[in-house]
Write a protein that binds this ligand. Sequence first.
Ligand SMILES: Cc1ncc(COP(=O)(O)O)c(C=O)c1O
Length: 345
Amino acid sequence: MAKAPAPSEIDWQNLGFEYMDLPYRFLAHYKDGKWDDGTLTEDATLHISEGSTGLHYGQADFEGLKAYRTKNGDIQLFRPDQNAARMQKSCERLLMPAFPTDKFINAVKSVVKANADYVPPYGTGGTLYLRPLMIGVGGNIGVHPAPEYLFTVFAMPVGAYYKGGVKPTNFTTSYYDRAAPHGTGQSKVGGNYGGSLLPGDEAHKAGFSDVIYLDPATHTKIEEAGSANFFGVTKDNEFVTPKSDSILPSITKYSLLYLAEHNLGMKPVQGDVFIDDLDRFTEAGAMGTAAVIAPIGGIEYKDQLHVFYSETEVGPVTQKLYDTLTGIQFGDVEAPEGWIQKVEL
Ligand SMILES: Cc1ncc(COP(=O)(O)O)c(C=O)c1O
């Protein structure tokens, strides 16, 4: 596997969202009922048994968060405690051992520090994307929890989602579901994503940026926007997001529910979003760590494209939400207490 280029050779302005083998990652091993201390390693390859449950039975969960370079050159994390807590919930669902919050944050910080030269410069819009991952390993063939587990955190620089400004894209609805009514939709587990590849591919081939998933029980309500949560803005100044047990609880979503209320004076609403009642929204978007805030131009449903604000221009409320959130993440806007953690270099 090719190693990442030296930081001096990276074109920071034109990074995409691609895997890169950076110099260091963190790796811990769970055996005989406990986690070892874990260590930084230069080996990007996992050596695991062919009987690993992570390979056969989807006993695997993960997280995604970013490290941000501020104007004065510091590096900071956005709400990493929330990622640790969500991973613990995912682990509970798949009968995997929890990785404690303090160890999770220390592991993330150690990876950022060891690869600090790969955190993109302030002003490029780039960030260091961090991928904590846990998998069941060890010889096993029955459908049982694994005897051992690996927890790793690896990282790579990724580019701004939008080059040259935030731009809307269109989404389409799908026949397929990403999650079952009482399944694993609330957990960030590998299986949810395997099942989303085909609908995602069909949407891309039809010229859409991703799929709007409807609720799996009735197919009447919006649940997710690809691998991001959905929001709509009403003319009554409400910030509305779907509420459902099969949606991944997005950290960006909870942050924006708070910022919409406290920084923008909006009314935060979590409730049903019916696919045949989109006229109530003046703007709409997708939100998540990777997408940040992606304005939705229109949604195709039953061969009709419903356009919200515009197919080419971002709406004013979406822009304000974007500026507030990214301002906090890059250290230019004051953050609510406890949201930002500095990485000591
Ligand atoms: C299915 C799905 N929904 C929503 C999100 C957004 O969550 P977050 O804001 O925590 O990144 C993600 C990405 O993590 C996701 O994979």
